[in-house]
Design a protein around this ligand. Sequence first.
Ligand SMILES: C[S@@+](CC[C@H](N)C(=O)[O-])C[C@H]1O[C@@H](n2cnc3c(N)ncnc32)[C@H](O)[C@@H]1O
Length: 239
Amino acid sequence: MPRKKKAVLADAKQFQPGIDSAVKFLVGATNGILYRHLIGKLTSYTIPELRLHSGGGKRFLDIGCSWGRWSVAAARLGYQPVGIDPSLGAVLAARRVCLELGLKADFVVGDARFLPFADQTFDTTFSYSTMQHFSRQDALIYLAEIGRVLKPGGESLNQMPNTFGIRCLYHQVMRKFRSPVHFEVRYWTVPELQRAFSSSIGPSQFSVDCFFGIGLQAADAHLMSKKTSAPYSNVGIPP
Ligand SMILES: C[S@@+](CC[C@H](N)C(=O)[O-])C[C@H]1O[C@@H](n2cnc3c(N)ncnc32)[C@H](O)[C@@H]1O
């Protein structure tokens, strides 16, 4: 059994109230390297601030939701979230977290490239640290799926690393600009993103999400280890 699974089970056996055992170990994978020191030691859920207006009961799709931190943020803003992720373990953790926090959200095991929803189902789609792991071909299929499930006039907010972000350049240099493989992060230029988003979804705007490490959220600043901080920039794309 992989080491991480053993650690999750050992933690769960201690029956301590508080943070879900799976989330304690998923946090490194979902939140990025600046959260690595929290793996197995998380004492509060890292719930980011969603850069959207109040939901007013609108249907919100969280694509690649993992343990559901963005779905939690959406539910707290008044959206009706549905999270989707291919990992059953992550989806079950998301359900437990929402139950524990008294929030209503639904979670589905599935693939962003083949969304199991009817056309025009969602008012808002969202993804964070998900599309960045897709090949160009898969990313284009994924964007077409967003365009399909969004209602007319809906909005889509997506995080993507920028080829020319300082920390992004550092990572590309470290891997000698070779083509990414497996789950490695893909970097796109802003014009490339602009073309892909505009043709699949509609007019797109860009804004910076964070500077100091992939996925670093202001709401978690108190949890950051100074030792691991480094400049970085991501591109968020509001509609
Ligand atoms: C780096 S994590 C980010 C999780 C979450 N969005 C967050 O920010 O906390 C990437 C997530 O994408 C999910 N994922 C991988 N392939 C996927 C696919 N084809 N469709 C949807 N999600 C996928 C993984 O299971 C994982 O939970």
